[in-house]
Design a protein around this ligand. Structure first.
Ligand SMILES: Cc1ncc(COP(=O)(O)O)c(C=O)c1O
Length: 375
């Protein structure tokens, strides 16, 4: 089949440095890789609750039929967004089709020409892509480095611009968290607006780290996603009513796309009604156990310190990282290698995602195998 030569050579480069991506079937290995931290994605009770709820409401509809601004804004949207606003302690919530859509929609239309965006160097690709689409100027600050952020805030805060600061409450590729209180304090001090992506925090830490730290009224906007701990699909931007009104008018990834189906919205609604923080107890006990085991096995220094569900073991080098992941696969463990260019060269890693349904025995077994293969 024909493929332009420039594209062929890009693929060849990927093959040459062992970073070619390909699709795999879902396997039956022990899950240390999915984002289904609480097991909600395969929770039958939730599936039947959602199904019954749709039947009770006589919502036998397969698709949204159009953009939410045209025919796609069915009745469940209002109900779900109002529930989300209460759950996440915000004035308003706006559902997007995915976290990717929420971030590109938000960042492409909120910061304006001559505004400045300061973003943590490790923020998710969807934030970077949104920033690329924006007319604002953007500068990255060193990962979780408050001093560097403040240096940049000082440099730009005298200018007559709106300053935006962007970070994640749990970093998707590292599992660590910034000091959100300090970040919030200095952004307030420099009149900057803070945006926090809580994709990997919500559900794992209740309604997210922003309300946990009582920052919900100081943060300008939050992005939350439902495809991780909530095990379904979609995302929302949380903020003031005025911000939500603006997004409905200007966020192109919100406007020019078919809305989520009633079934997807019903699932978001039901998972939030079903959720109680005690559902996370086993997950947190597994996180604690994992951290104890890496110390016992003397491999803690290979890991990025984390109290979230994501734990990363730096291996270094695409080939070696893939090799260790393959060896773990042979032992029945699904642990994903994260390669460059997704992370910077030299920082290639194995990313362990922990779940409420992992057993302590599975954790011990995978880490004992890792301690043999990683050295
Ligand atoms: C921090 C962060 N934000 C946004 C997204 C995108 O979310 P979604 O998978 O719903 O598109 C992800 C997904 O990997 C993420 O890790």
């Amino acid at each position: 089949m024909f493929l332009p030569s420039k594209l062929q050579s890009k693929l060849k480069k990927r093959i040459d440095n062992t970073s070619l991506r390909s699709l795999h079937q879902k396997n039956n290995l022990i899950d240390f890789s999915s984002n289904d931290y609480l097991g909600y994605a395969s929770n039958e009770e939730l599936f039947f609750k959602t199904h019954q709820f749709l039947l009770d409401r006589n919502l036998k509809i397969n698709g949204a039929t159009g953009s939410r601004l045209l025919t796609g804004n069915h009745e469940l949207y209002t109900e779900t967004e109002s529930l989300l606003a209460t759950f996440y302690k915000t004035e308003s919530a706006l559902i997007f089709n995915s976290g990717y859509d929420a971030n590109i929609g938000f960042f492409s239309c909120v910061p304006q020409r001559d505004d400045i965006i300061l973003y943590d160097e490790f923020v998710h690709a969807s934030i970077r892509d949104g920033i690329q689409l924006s007319n604002a100027k953007a500068f990255k600050f060193k990962h979780n480095n408050i001093a560097h952020l403040e240096e940049l805030l000082l440099k730009f805060s005298s200018k007559k611009t709106t300053l935006y600061v962007v970070t994640e409450s749990v970093f998707s590729m590292d599992g660590d968290s910034p000091n959100l209180i300090e970040i919030s304090n200095i952004t307030t001090k420099h009149n900057a607006l803070l945006i926090i992506d809580e994709a990997h925090a919500v559900g794992v830490f209740g309604n997210g780290l922003t309300p946990k730290l009582q920052l919900e009224t100081t943060v300008f906007a939050r992005i939350i996603t439902f495809g991780k701990a909530f095990g379904c699909h979609g995302a929302a931007v949380l903020g003031s009513g005025a911000l939500i009104k603006y997004l409905i008018n200007f966020a192109r990834s919100f406007i020019y796309t078919t809305g989520l189906s009633p079934h997807s919205i019903a699932t978001i609604l039901q998972t939030h009604l079903y959720y109680i923080e005690s559902n996370t107890q086993k997950l947190h006990s597994n996180i604690h156990f994992f951290n104890k085991e890496i110390k016992r096995l003397d491999i803690a220094s290979l890991f990025i310190q984390s109290n979230s569900a994501i734990h990363c073991c730096i291996i270094s080098g695409n080939e070696k990282t893939k090799k260790v992941a393959n060896k773990l696969h042979e032992k029945n463990f699904d642990v994903k290698p994260i390669l460059s260019p997704t992370v910077s060269p030299g920082k290639e890693r194995l990313r362990f995602c922990l779940h409420s349904y992992n057993s302590e025995q599975e954790i011990t077994n995978v880490l004992e195998n890792l301690s043999i293969f990683a050295h």
